[in-house]
Design a protein. Structure first.
Ligand code: ADP
Ligand code: ZN
Ligand code: ZN
Length: 748
């Protein structure tokens, strides 16, 4: 018998490659291990994804040359990656790379240093952090503590562990007080390793654990039962904004830890949720690994090794944390499961939420999908009996949901600014909030100053030469016209490029203009802006911290402001233009608009004062708006489900989107037609082939774009057609590029 290994190699091909395992390596070649293999005239590092035995192997097969260390990936993760490659018709080599830490991908280095993985963190000096803990010692009877010393002692005893930096925030002479208390034997110092993690904050300490509300308790009990029976269950935690979903996750994580298993928590965009990460740290201390794009390769590898070795058993991160190499997965949480960012839109186009259910299912782990506004896909799982609903119908601290009012822009005039997008009622509401010292959030999903610049003489817009979109005018950082889809940027035009007229009008409003207008209208108010132009990574956290510290009165921003921020002093939320999200050519437009409205509304009134929400629209009778006014998720879901059923859209049908793009329009269309023919040939009656048609964005980065849609109810038939199209893609002209997107989310 000869042992044959199937390897995933870093080449863009869908299949694996077979190699003979020489007898002296058989013991070390396991699933998930990295091996050096001859490939054409080179050597490549691949990962073993399967093993089999053969009586008479193909004599042409080459042998594995070298084994690199211990298995990099746990066996169950390898099987899961194969499922993903199969489901998304993605090259297995690329899928495997999603799960490997960056240093592991450096082939050259791996070759020079065969044991790279186990030794990778060697030489990184562990940075220590000093903690202050209480001792069991009782204070001598005649002891007189100063007010500061007594305060520090009581605090450390109540929280269990703190740090001098944190104590100094409350007691000015905390350092001296702590030293004295240590001398007296009432406190002690303990050195702990500082995690390789920019999210780590000195001074983070345990939050007090609240008593669960009745609904939280019922949910936590149901999950506890599922964890105990170890068979794998899927839950939809449907809880209104502010209902305390996070606390339910915490309890589930504690139960999972107690059962000796680990947890993965997926959150939409980790840079936008520093507060949530801090809460996890506050609860679980340094046992939480935070995976995010801001990590250096070394930090990422350090984190990765701690997870792989089981040193850390909770990991929180954006969609790619789905591939965290945790040992014994017991729980997978997808927070804000409706968020579109769980879908990866380049490379392997996977939907992390769907795959989370699959990974949990394979490992008999529990999956919890949490949201105030569940996606229709997830609601459908409930209808099919594949997920169980846990409901949190009220806010955790019994605050009322905010009152939502619609402002009909057809009938309502502008306020004192003269700008129709700041209507009189909105203006008055802002004044009220300011007068009471409360904060406001205004949501407008357009960044820049003006979405377009139009010539008053000939009526033409300034357009991007590479993309079929209008250029956005940005005033700050040089007055420029910019394309939001490519890097194109020019100074603001003095004259129209078509007719030469000097009369160019800036049309519409973006966040930059809204910020400027409000600053002028409310000169004493502190106005801040949160969008991709001002904020990336650390900047987001800074702005949110300023808001939390009440150094901001009005926060203006794009969808970044709609995320799960818990800002108790915000009482007013304004949606500047609800119609923008509704008018997108996408069957999910209403669902998405509804989610945005309910989520942003959910930022209001989380503290003691009641919140209110104003939604400005030209279409006040739209069902999504009417449902948002009543916070009626159920009514919206039911109605939208009916519509999807009738029109045969997901979740009642499955879609595959084939995107074709190329520099030459005719050649690209020709290629798209060819793929359509292939699809129609195998489609039969079970699969509908729509197109090819130009994409809504007909040109992007100087490439023409066409697409083809496959739709069907039978997963099997749809896959057969998608496979045929995928195979035909290999024969397209060299400059034409095609991709298959299974369960597409974006249609631009
Ligand atoms: P959600 O994620 O559902 O919007 P959060 O988890 O952010 O809600 O909780 C909202 C607020 O309620 C937080 O400030 C949280 O600390 C608080 N909270 C959660 N559960 C409880 C509870 N049982 N008692 C008191 N406060 C709670
Ligand atoms: Zn002109
Ligand atoms: Zn462009």
């Amino acid at each position: 018998m000869t042992v044959i290994a199937e390897l995933a190699l870093p080449v863009p091909l869908a299949h694996t490659f077979s190699y003979v395992v020489p007898p002296h390596l058989v013991a070390r070649v396991q699933k998930g291990v990295r091996c050096v293999c001859p490939f054409r005239s080179k050597k490549l590092v691949g990962v073993v994804v399967a093993l089999r035995e053969e009586e008479v192997p193909d004599p042409k097969l080459k042998s594995i040359a070298q084994v690199l260390g211990e298995p990099s990936l746990p066996e169950d993760l390898v099987d899961f990656l194969r499922d993903i490659a199969g489901y998304y018709l993605a090259p297995i080599g690329e899928v495997v790379r999603l799960a490997l830490p960056p240093m592991d991908r450096v082939t050259e280095q791996a070759l020079q240093e065969p044991s790279l993985f186990p030794d990778a963190t060697r030489g990184v000096a562990p940075r220590k952090v000093q903690w202050v803990l209480p001792t069991d010692g009782a204070p001598p009877a005649d002891l007189k503590l100063s007010a500061q010393q007594a305060g520090v002692l009581a605090h450390v005893r109540s929280v269990g562990a703190s740090q001098v930096a944190r104590l100094e925030q409350t007691w000015k002479s905390a350092r001296a007080a702590t030293a004295k208390l240590v001398e007296l034997g009432l406190l002690r110092f303990e050195e702990r390793e500082r995690p390789d993690d920019p999210f780590f904050r000195e001074g983070a300490e345990k939050e007090p654990v609240p008593t669960l509300t009745e609904a939280q308790d019922a949910a936590a009990q149901a999950i506890r039962g599922a964890i105990a029976d170890g068979k794998g269950h899927t839950f939809l935690l449907r809880g209104v904004t502010g209902s305390g979903k996070t606390e339910v996750y915490f309890r589930a994580i504690e139960d999972t830890k107690a059962s000796g298993r680990s947890t993965i928590v997926l959150v939409p965009e980790i840079a936008l949720t520093p507060q949530l990460v801090a809460r996890f740290r506050g609860r679980f201390g340094d046992d939480v690994a935070v995976l995010h794009s801001g990590l250096t390769p070394k930090e990422r590898l350090g984190m990765w090794s701690r997870l792989r070795s089981g040193q850390v058993d909770v990991v929180i991160g954006a969609r790619s944390a789905l591939f965290a190499p945790v040992a014994k997965l017991g729980l997978l949480v997808v927070d804000e499961e409706h968020d579109p960012s769980f879908k990866q839109e380049e490379g392997v186009r996977y939907q992390a939420r769907d795959m989370a259910i699959l990974r949990a299912h394979r490992g008999n782990a529990v999956a919890i999908l949490g949201s105030a506004t569940p996606s229709l896909e997830t609601e459908y799982l409930v209808i099919e009996g594949k997920a169980r609903v846990l409901e949190l119908p009220t806010r955790a601290r019994a605050q009322e949901l905010p009152e939502v009012r619609v402002i009909d822009l057809r009938k309502t005039g502008p306020g004192p600014t003269g700008d129709k997008r700041i209507s009189l009622p909105l203006h008055r509401a802002l004044e009220d909030a300011l007068a009471r010292g409360e904060q406001s959030i205004l949501f407008l999903n357009r960044r820049g100053f003006s979405p377009s610049a139009r010539c008053e003489a000939c009526g033409k817009h300034a357009e991007c030469p590479n993309c079929s979109v209008a250029l956005t005018y940005h005033k700050r950082r040089g007055s420029t016209l910019r394309c939001h889809y490519c890097d194109y940027e020019i100074p603001m035009l003095a004259n129209c490029t078509h007719c030469g007229s000097g009369e160019i009008a800036l049309e519409g409003i973006g966040t930059e203009r809204l910020e400027e207008t409000l600053s002028a209208a409310f000169p004493t108010a502190r106005v801040a802006r949160l969008d991709r132009d001002v904020a990336s990574g650390k900047e987001v956290e800074k702005i949110l911290t300023r808001v939390r510290n009440r150094e901001v009165d009005i926060l203006v921003g794009t969808q970044m402001v709609t995320k799960g921020h818990d800002l108790p002093a915000v009482t007013l939320v304004g949606v500047i233009n609800a119609d923008a999200a509704l008018s997108i050519p996408d069957f999910r437009a209403a669902e998405r608009a509804f989610h945005l409205m309910v989520q942003v509304a959910g930022r209001a009134g989380r503290g003691d004062a009641k919140g209110r929400v104003l939604i400005q629209t030209y279409d006040p009778d739209h069902p999504a708006i009417k449902a948002a006014v009543r916070h009626d998720v159920r009514a919206f879901t039911e109605r939208e489900m009916e519509a999807r059923k009738e029109l045969l859209y997901p979740p009642y049908a499955r879609l595959v989107l084939v995107r074709v793009d190329g520099p030459d329009e005719a050649e690209t269309l020709g290629a798209a037609r060819l793929l359509a023919e292939v699809a129609r040939r195998v489609a039969g009656n079970a699969v509908e082939v729509v197109g090819p048609a130009p994409a809504p964005l007909t040109r992007l980065k100087a490439r023409f774009r066409f697409r083809l849609m496959l739709r069907g109810q039978s997963r099997k038939h749809l896959r057969d057609v998608a496979r045929a199209v995928y195979a035909a893609m290999a024969d397209l002209p060299r400059k034409v590029h095609a991709t298959v997107d299974i369960d597409p989310v974006q249609f631009l």
